[in-house]
Each structure stands twice: as C-alpha cells, then as structure tokens.
Design a protein around this ligand. Structure first.
Ligand code: SF4
Length: 462
C-alpha cells in the first residue's frame, strides 16, 4: 500500500497573547492512497489543524515549527504561495463543515463553479457550465440544468453540502479533505451525505481524509483511523482495530462515550472526567494522565513514546511496548470504571426537582411565509403564494420542565421558537406565557417580556 501523503515529525504552534499554543506535536501520519483515513478526537485535539497545515491554509498566527509533509514528490512546507495555488483545487480540495461559510451567497452556483475552473482557459464558458451541471448531477442534485443557476439560500442544508462536495470534486483532485462534513446537518441529511461519500469512494477510488468527532461516521466510511488527543496522535490502526480492539485508554473512553454504543436504557451517559489540557504548557508526562483511569506513576513523569503493536497498529501509552501488548484493560472493564454524565447533579435534581404550573401554553399555532410577490403570483396564476411553516401546533411547558422539540430540517422547530419569542408574527393561534397572551402584542409590549424568553442559537458565531 503506497502513501499519497507522508507527514513526518510535524510541530505546529499558534502565537497568542498568552504565549504559544502547541497545537500539533510530534505528529507522524501517512495518508494511504485510495483509502479513507479518519481523524477523530474531541474539539481542540488538533484534527482540523492537520488539514489546514497540509493545505497550508493556517491562520496567520500559526508557526510551523518543524516537520515535513511529502506529497506528489514535494515537501508542501517548502512550497511558495504560487506553487501552493496550483495544488489547491487541482490536487487537493476541502469540503468544509458549514457550506454557508464556504459558499458565496450572492453568486449563483453556476458562477461559483465556473470560477473554480478558471485554470482551464481552453474551455469555453458553455463547457464549464456543462461540467458544473454534470458534477451537480453526480452528487444527486435533482434538475441540475435549472438548479445550477440558483443561489445557496435556495437549497436545503443537505443539498448545499452536496454542492460543496461537487465543488471540491470539480477539478478531480486525487486528495479530498472533509472537515466535519455532516456536523451542521440533521440525521436524515447526514445519512444522505454518508451515502454519497461512500458511493464516491467506490466510484472515484479517491483518497479521502475525513475529520470528525462522529464515531459512527468514521466507522461507516473509513479504512484507517488516527485518534488525536491534545495535538498528538495517541493511536492509529485499521477501522476494525480501533473500533473492535482499541488499546489506548483515551480511545477506549471515547468509544464508551458514544451514545450509539450505550445499549442499556439509561438517562446517564458515560463521560471522560476532566477537560482537555491547556496546550500553552506541555505536561512533563502524558497529557491524558489527569483523566486516565489506568495511569501509572510513570505517566506523570515521562511522556509516552509511540509503540508499534501487531498488524500496523500504533499506540502512544506507557502500558504497551513494541510488538506485543504488555498490559491492557479490556473495553468492558474500562466502561465499568467510567463515570456517567451529571450523575450527582441528576440525583440531586431527582430529589429536589418539582414541576410547577404551566408557564408556556401554545395552541393551534400557525405561521405562514409568503413565497412570492403578489404580481408574480398573479402572472403564474398561483392562488395562495404562502407556505405553512408551522401548522396547528400546540405545546405546553410547565415551570421547571424541559421539553424537547425534534424533527428534520424544515419541519418548523426553529420557526416555532422564534414565533414564541415574538421574532416572527404568527398567522393565527395563541401563545400564552405566564398567563399573558403574546400573539398580537406590539414590538414595544414584547420588549420587556423577551427578557424572560431567551434563545440559545445553534452556532455562536453564525
Ligand atoms: S501513558 Fe499512562 S496516563 Fe497516558 S494513557 Fe497511557 S496509561 Fe493513561
């Protein structure tokens, strides 16, 4: 098996007002040709920084301290900006987490995809447009001849992510990075993207690096997996080794925290106690030691080195030595020793929790959005140019109660929340909060009430 990319002894820091953050440390990683490599780990483990370093798209405060990244006969870290420009898009491409931050909202997809082909100067505009239509068709966009002229806001979240994949594949690059490609999607859209990536893997025989904290996604799609913690790769192996025979205590803990693996009916999910370390200061010993249930005295004194186990699996942990496993805790035992989420809080919640009187009472709520102007509706003979975003919805929430509202994208969950807060006017129905009818209140009357009804948004930056 040959490698498309070889990363050797990579160290990347970020300069901050509080000193250097050691984001990537002593990283050695091969990306095998025509395989899907998954990089998994908690937020802040350095997964995405690996992608940004390979593509040389790091933030301006990043410092590549040392290392080599060999790709296509070159050390990427030695290339000039104009040389990198010819690699990005043509030879490697990225699918970002949120298409709304990587696509241009004021340009049609046709225009954006034509621009991507700017290096193909010998192609006529019509050919570029046809290429865009072909690739949209390939990723499952229905009616691509019409939709190529539409804009990002006219597509659903899942469809936008399909277009992101189409754009990344536009120049047929041999290496594709997907950075949390389904995180911004709901479960049905996620399933569609997984299905698409699996098809593309078979059809294009592509080399894909998939970064995700979604273990199910990694297990479904990847051939090889690297587990990262605090800027280091702590375990590498085939997807079977990582999911059926994980050896590093962090990998074991990570798998046990996956809600999909919790088979017993429970309200208590396992957690890894403690937090990720502050990477301003490098620990004397193992970075995972304060959270590790199997730590030894040695773990606090000396950083573990990487050991090569059987069949290509590697681990960075003092419990192991090269060749054979010197000691290990079976996954089931690791699971038994793991605490569960909020156990104490939940116990005290159970004993003190009381549910009060009805605080919010929504009945027969209907919210309508206009889909076109009056003149357009007249010309197109559309009788009712509205769509019902929420139709006859009723819900009641008592003080101290937590109510979950669940449904696919576009099912009206967010619209309902915004309408309750008074950000959208309902078409009909009643919204009573603390005994006061809110529907029909003026903006001035709603203002003081909004102090008592808060929205927490999905994306703190968006
Ligand atoms: S080196 Fe020690 S602390 Fe670190 S993961 Fe292994 S056992 Fe745990």
């Amino acid at each position: 098996m040959s490698n498309l990319v070889e990363i050797q002894d990579l160290n990347v820091n970020f300069r901050t007002p509080h000193g250097q953050v050691h984001a990537i440390r002593n990283l050695n990683l091969d990306i095998p040709q025509n395989k899907i490599l998954g990089i998994v780990g908690e937020s802040g483990s350095g997964k995405s920084t690996v992608i940004w370093t390979i593509t040389r798209l790091l933030a301006s405060n990043a410092v590549i301290e040392s290392g080599r990244i060999l790709f296509d006969g070159h050390d990427i870290l030695q290339l000039e900006e104009h040389e990198l420009a010819s690699i990005r898009g043509d030879k490697m491409s990225v699918v970002f987490q949120d298409p709304m931050t990587s696509q241009i909202p004021v340009l049609s997809y046709g225009r954006q995809m034509t621009d991507i082909q700017h290096r193909h100067r010998n192609l006529k505009a019509n050919d570029k447009r046809q290429n865009a239509i072909d690739i949209l068709k390939r990723v499952g966009i229905p009616d691509p001849e019409q939709r190529v002229d539409q804009y990002p806001h006219q597509f659903s979240g899942g469809m936008r992510q399909r277009v992101s994949i189409a754009m990344a594949l536009m120049m047929d690059p041999p290496l594709l990075f997907a950075d949390e490609p389904t995180t911004a999607l709901d479960v049905t859209m996620e399933a569609q993207i997984i299905h698409l990536l699996r098809e593309l893997k078979v059809e294009l025989d592509a080399t894909i690096v998939l970064v995700s904290h979604n273990l199910g996604l990694i297990a479904e799609l990847c051939d090889e997996v690297a587990v990262m913690y605090a800027g280091e790769i702590v375990e590498k192996g085939s997807v079977q080794q990582i999911f059926y025979d994980p050896v590093h205590p962090y990998t074991q803990a990570l798998l046990e925290c996956d809600p999909a693996r919790v088979l017993k009916q429970t309200r208590l999910l396992p957690i890894i106690p403690g937090d990720m370390p502050d990477l301003h200061d490098i620990a004397k010993g193992c970075e995972f030691a304060p959270r590790c249930s199997q730590s030894l005295d040695l773990c606090h004194l000396k950083p573990p080195s990487e050991h090569h186990l059987k069949d290509g699996q590697t681990v960075r942990c003092h419990l192991y030595s090269d060749g054979e496993m010197s000691s290990r805790v079976p996954l089931a035992d690791a699971q038994a020793s793991m605490p569960t989420i909020g156990e104490e809080a939940l116990q005290s919640n159970r004993s003190h929790h009381t549910v009060g009187a009805t605080l919010l009472d929504v009945s027969d709520l209907r919210v309508r959005f206009r889909t076109m102007g009056g003149l357009s509706a007249l010309m197109k003979a559309v009788k009712d140019p509205h769509v019902d975003a929420v139709l006859d919805a009723s819900i009641s929430v008592r003080a101290g109660e937590t109510v979950g509202l669940v449904g696919e994208s576009g099912s009206g969950k967010t619209t309902m929340g915004r309408t309750i807060q008074g950000l959208i006017q309902p078409h009909s129905g009643s919204i009573r909060f603390d005994g006061l009818e809110l529907s029909g209140l003026s903006e001035a009357a709603l203002k003081p009430i909004r102090r008592n009804i808060s929205l927490m948004f999905q994306d703190p930056v968006g």
